[in-house]
Design a protein around this ligand. Sequence first.
Ligand code: NAP
Length: 533
Amino acid sequence: MELVEPAVSSLNMETEAMRKNSTLICVPIMAESIDQMLIDMHKAKAYGADLVEVRLDHLKSFNPSEDIETLIKRCPLPNLVTYRPKWEGGQYDGDENRRLNALRLAMELGADYVDVELQVIEDFKSIRGGKPAKSKLIVSSHNYVNTPSVEDLGNLVARIQAAGADIVKIATTATDITDVARVFQITVHCQVSGVPIIGLVMGERGLMSRILCPKFGGYLTFGTLEAGKVSAPGQPTFKDLVNLYNFRQISHDTKVFGIIGKPVSHSKSPILYNGSFKSVGFNGVYMHLLVDDIASFLQTYSSTDFVGFSCTIPHKEDALKCCEEVDPVAKSIGAVNCIIRSQTDGKIFGCNTDYVGAITAIEDGLRGSCHTSNTTGSPLAGKLFVVIGAGGAGKALAYGAKEKGARVVIANRTYDRARELADIVGGDALSLADLDSFHPEDGMILANTTSIGMTPKVSDTPISKQALKSYTLVFDAVYTPKITRLLREAKEAGATIVTGVEMFIGQAYEQFERFTGFPAPKELFKKIMESYS
Ligand code: NAP
C-alpha cells in the first residue's frame, strides 16, 4: 500500500497539472445494488473521474434512510445525487413525495450536488423548507424530442435561475447536428454572465456538445464507465473523453476538426488524428460528426474555430459544391474529401486526398508483387483497371488510375452513374450485375469503392470468387474490417491484395499536414492503425 499510494498521487498531480480547463467529468453510477454502486464509484475514482452521479432510480431495492447515508459517506469522490422519474426519462415510477423526500435527505446528509427537475422544483422547496445546506442545487430540464430555439432556451435558463438553481442543467435532443450550436450559444452566454451551466445535447448528433463543453465553458459533462451503459443517449465513455479526445487539454482556443458522414461512427479517423495531434503538441480535437446536410453544417459552424473536416459517405460530392475554392484535381474528380477553413478570411477550401492515398497503395502493391516489369513509370500504365462504384471514392480511383495511364472500366449498381463517370475519365462502363462475366483479359486490377462488405454486413461481396481469377491485384476501400470477404477470396484466388487501411493512412497524411501545418507522424499513423485493426 505504501508503495502504491505515492505513485498514484503523483500520477494524479501530473494529470492535474496538464489540465487546461475546469469542466468536470462526472461518471453516472447506475448499478442495481448498493454494493455494486460502491464498487463502481471506486472504479470511477481509479479512472480519474471528478465526481459521480448516484442514480438512485436504478436501484432495485432501496431504503432511503439507510442507503443514502451509506452511498454519500462511503463515496470516494464528490457526489451528485439524482433520483430521476420516468416522466423525465429516468427509471423511478413511484410516489413523488417519497422521491422528493429522498432528495431532501441527500441534501441533509451532505451530498455535494443534488439534481431536481425544474418541473417539481417548487414542490421540492416546500418539502425542504428554508434549511441551509452544503449541497449545490442543480435544477434540470430534459427534452427528449428536440432542441428549442435560442430564445426559448434563454427563457428556460431564466426560469431555472429564478427557481434558485446553483447550477443550470439543460439536456435537449439533437434531430440535426446544427441543433448543438444553439446550446453552445446559451452555454457561452451563461459563462459570460457567471451562471454555471451544464448544457448537453443527447443522441449521436449531439456528441460534439459532450466533447466541446470545456471550449464553451460548460460546468460538467458525463462519461460512462463502460461503452453502451449510458444514463442518457449519446454519452461517450470516460476513457474516450480523456484518452481519445484529450478532454483535459481542451480550452477555449482549441481548434475543432472532424469527420463528416452518415453513417460515421465506424470511422477510425478520431483515433488517428487525436493521437497524432497529441504527439506533435497541436491544440486540436477531432470527432465523429453525424451530418445530414453538409451545407447547413458548414454554414452553422462557420467560425474559424471549426478548422478542418474529412468527408465520407455520402457527402463528398455535395462537399465540392459547398467549398468557395476547390483544388483542380478535386474538381476533375468531382469529389472533395478534405475541407479546410482559412484562418484569415474564414473561406473554405476543398481538396481530394483519397486519390493519392489509394493509387500510391495500389502502386506499392504492384511493385511489391512481381506482376510488373515496369520499374520507372507507374506500374499501372497500360493495365485494365476495374473500379466498382461511382461515388466519391470511385471517382478518385478512376481519375487516379487514368492519370497513371491505366485503361479504366467503371462497374456500378446504377449503370447511368457508371456511364457518366466513364465518359468523364474516358473509360468504359458496366452494370454491377455484369461484373462476374467480365473477363476480357487476365492480369486486371480491381478496386472496390462501394461500402459492400463493410461492418456489419461482412458476408457481402461485390463479385464472385470465380471471377476474381482474372485479377492480379484486388483493392478494397472498405477498411472495417481490414480483411473483407472480397480480399479474403481474392487472396485465395491468387491475387495480391491491398487493404483500405493502406489507403486510409495514405489519404490521412496529406489531411493531417493541411489541418495542422506539421509534417504527418507517419510511423505513429501506422502504429495507431495497426493497434486498432
Ligand atoms: P459514396 O459517394 O456514397 O458512393 C457509394 C458508391 O457505392 C456508389 O457507387 C453506390 O452505387 C455504391 N453502393 C452503395 N451501396 C451499395 C450496395 N449495397 N450495392 C451496390 N453498390 C452500392 O461513398 P464513398 O464516399 O465513395 O465511400 C464508399 C466506400 O469507400 C465506403 O465504404 C467508405 O468507407 C470507403 N472509403 C474508404 C476510404 C479509405 O481511406 N479506405 C476512403 C474513402 C472511402 P449507386 O451509384 O448505385 O448508389
